[in-house]
Design a protein around this ligand. Structure first.
Ligand SMILES: Nc1ncnc2c1ncn2[C@@H]1O[C@H](COP(=O)(O)OP(=O)(O)OP(=O)(O)O)[C@@H](O)[C@H]1O
Length: 706
């Protein structure tokens, strides 16, 4: 506010020689509080105010008092453009006002200045209050006693207290004071102080600045400006989770093996991953400034998938062939905003050449595996041809698979399984398919060799080694099996003392003939077999543990026939065919026969099948055998008589070979039972011991128990 804005315009002045009465009349006419006094040149030399005239008393009315007598000579002149507040600081009630040339333009009264300043102050105060109420931040001011003097609308909203309830009350009666009272005590400014308050609606977080109000160096109050930042905190949390999501999305896009580009609806590329650079060769850094049209112009793509997506307003898949002849599968998907407008197009580019290569490789692998499968089948059928093996059930196929694998190596194999399951045929199969196939396959039935002959049978003897020994000496089974396979059947029947010798021979891979001094190197692959539980024998001390471990390198368990019934019919056909050849006949089995054979438990396993088929063929007079009309138990009910004229009784007409076998079974069985050793039996039956051993083996092979 300037002086000229509130002064009373007037250029009237009085001369010092005029009477005070004249001056008074002018003052009354002009309604001024006082008028300037000027000299003849117009310079202000004093001021005459009503106050001086009144103080001069009744003399003035008589006209005897001159202006010069009572005028104030100490004058304070104001310039028109000076701030009005300047007058407030000067000790006068009336101020002449002059323009820039020093000419009188008006008068300013002190009371007018006071009035104007008050008006201005009120306006400022009003404005300040309006500003404070318009502020988003809460503002609370207190005086030095803690009484609230300012409380804006935001403070009402934040504290949930009315201004009318707050003003004039102590801070602690209105809100839970948080430090503003402390400011009164310590007088320190406190900024960005964060605190939280719990309300029924949830916790709110505030940020506040507090400062003391200082007058003349004294703290006369404090003002706190505070802001509810719960929303900002919430937004900031949201923002950090959005940032996190963005980061994750970035990682996902980057980790994709497929190329990914994201465009706006005009085709402007917004983002592309490095896989796209790998596929197309366009650097990721430069693609950000390109459009789909640029990529088409560069020959990267031949058509715009963005346009296709926009046109279809849905997912579109295209196939492209690159300049390098790589096939690309391109899929575009639109991203809509809430109004359903397309705002982005996400494009996935899959390089099919890798997949095609894989497909080709897979096809080659399949072809290769088919070839191998064919070769394996061929190998198997060759094997079956070689050793007459019938393998139909899954269990037996597994056994055969293992046997074939074992044929490729030299490891010791232990064949386990009940009597007659085919241990020896599997051993032969291993031998025939091994590198040793051109070498000998020697079977030793460990249980059939008398204890005292074991060593000479196994290791041989030198000439004159003992009485009754062959003059030339004799090679043992080990020597005979050199460069081939030694099949040690019924291994569990070996006496303990011989087990030690066998173990040594196996470990040292050399033997010394009885009566000899020179050890002989032998290159023999060992396959052992037993129908007994070797582990139990080891525990009972009947079989040496060290020998057991030596033999049990690769155990192969051949399951009993009742556990692989799929093999029964093929075995029956196989044996039927071979016996028909032997006996020169051809017969048929009725389905009932097969049913009965399938239902039977076959305690004698494959060997029993072989015998039963032979019996069925040779004992039936019918062309079509309708049922298994002979008892499946092949052991005769009556024990054979040893002496007397009817040692051999013929009860019907059966093939001579079968009759001979039965006769030998009864005769040798009875003799062995009575005499205990093949040596004694040979003597009693007037044949060589080797003949007895051979016959015993043959009988066993035919499934005939002794
Ligand atoms: N899978 C098969 N295919 C064709 N013939 C088989 C098969 N298994 C066994 N045989 C025949 O069954 C008979 C008994 O087989 P093998 O002698 O191999 O049995 P094993 O288990 O060694 O008997 P043991 O324990 O009594 O010595 C033999 O005549 C053999 O040819």
């Amino acid at each position: 506010m300037l002086v000229k804005n509130i002064m009373t315009l007037n250029n009237i002045s009085v001369q010092p020689g005029q009477t005070a009465l004249e001056a008074w009349e002018i003052i009354i006419q002009t309604r001024l509080t006082g008028i300037p006094v000027t000299d003849p040149k117009g310079s202000i030399i004093g001021v005459l105010s009503r106050e001086e005239i009144i103080n001069a008393g009744p003399r003035v009315l008589e006209g005897n008092v001159k202006v010069r007598d009572i005028m104030q000579q100490e004058i304070f002149i104001l310039k028109e453009d000076a701030p009005a507040s300047d007058a407030w600081t000067m000790p006068a009630n009336v101020f002449p006002v002059v323009d820039d040339n020093g000419r009188i333009t008006g008068m300013l009264e002190r009371s007018e200045v006071g009035h104007t300043l008050f008006k201005v102050a009120s306006q400022i105060f009003q404005q300040a209050e309006t500003i404070m109420d318009a502020a988003h931040n809460g503002i609370i001011a207190i005086d030095k006693n803690g009484i609230i003097s300012t409380f804006n609308i935001a403070a009402e909203r934040i504290t949930r207290r009315k201004k009318s309830e707050a003003l004039g009350r102590h801070l602690s009666d209105v809100i839970i004071p948080h430090g503003l009272l402390d400011i009164l005590e310590n007088g320190n400014y406190q900024s960005h102080y964060k605190f939280s308050l719990g309300y029924s609606s949830g916790t709110h977080t505030y940020l506040t600045n507090r400062s003391p109000i200082i007058e003349n160096g004294q703290v006369v109050g404090a003002i706190g400006v505070f802001q509810d930042i719960s929303e900002i905190e919430f937004i900031s949390e949201e923002l950090s989770s959005v940032k996190q999501l963005n980061k994750e999305l970035e990682t996902i896009i980057e980790s994709s093996y497929d190329g990914i580009i994201i465009t706006d609806p005009s085709g402007q590329i917004i983002r592309a991953n490095h896989a796209h650079e790998r596929i197309t060769g366009i650097p990721t850094a430069s693609i950000q400034k390109m459009t789909m049209a640029d990529l088409i112009a560069k020959g990267v793509y031949s058509q715009s998938i963005v346009d296709a997506v926009i046109e279809q307003n849905g997912a579109v898949t295209l196939s492209e062939l690159t300049a390098d002849n790589n096939q690309l599968l391109i899929t575009g998907n639109p991203v809509h905003n809430q109004q359903g407008e397309i705002i982005r197009v996400v494009i996935n580019i899959r390089d099919m050449s890798d997949l095609n290569n894989l497909k080709n490789q897979l096809e080659q692998s399949i072809a290769l595996s088919e070839r191998y499968h064919g070769e394996l089948t061929q190998l198997r059928s060759r094997l079956i041809d070689q050793v007459g093996l019938v393998v139909k059930s899954t269990k037996m196929k597994k056994v055969l698979g293992m046997a074939l694998r074992m044929a490729q190596v030299n490891s010791t194999v232990l064949l386990l399984g009940e009597s007659g399951v085919g241990k020896e045929v599997v051993a032969k199969a291993i031998h025939k398919n091994s590198k040793r196939s051109s070498g000998p396959f020697i079977t030793v039935n460990c249980g059939a060799i008398p204890e005292n002959l074991l060593e000479s049978e196994m290791f041989g003897y030198e000439k004159g080694a003992f009485t009754g020994a062959n003059r030339e000496g004799k090679p043992g089974m080990f020597e005979l099996a050199d460069n081939g396979t030694l099949f040690l059947d019924e291994i569990a029947d070996l006496p303990l003392h011989f087990q030690v010798k066998l173990l040594r021979a196996l470990q040292e891979r050399e033997i010394t003939r009885i009566g000899g001094t020179r050890p002989r190197q032998i290159d023999v692959r060992i396959i052992a077999a037993t129908n007994k539980q070797l582990e139990e024998l080891v525990q009972d001390g009947k079989f040496r543990e060290d020998l057991y471990f030596r033999l049990n390198v690769v155990p192969i368990h051949i399951p009993p026939l009742r556990e692989r019934k799929d093999d029964i019919i093929p075995l029956v056909y196989n044996f039927k065919k071979s016996f028909e050849k032997v006996y020169g006949m051809e017969k048929e089995f009725s389905p009932r026969v097969f049913k009965e054979l399938m239902e039977y438990q076959w305690p004698g396993n494959v060997r029993e099948v072989k015998n039963v088929v032979e019996r069925l063929l040779v004992t039936s007079s019918e062309q079509v055998i309708k049922s298994v009309d002979i008892p499946l138990n092949i052991t005769p009910a009556t024990p054979p008589q040893r002496h007397g004229p009817h040692q051999v009784t013929v009860q019907g007409i059966i093939p001579l070979k079968a009759a001979q076998l039965e006769m030998e079974r009864q005769l040798i069985g009875a003799a062995l039972k009575e005499l205990g050793s093949t040596y004694k039996v040979a003597k009693a039956l007037h044949v060589d011991q080797s003949t007895i051993v051979r016959k015993v083996n043959r009988l066993r092979e035919n499934g005939l128990s002794l």
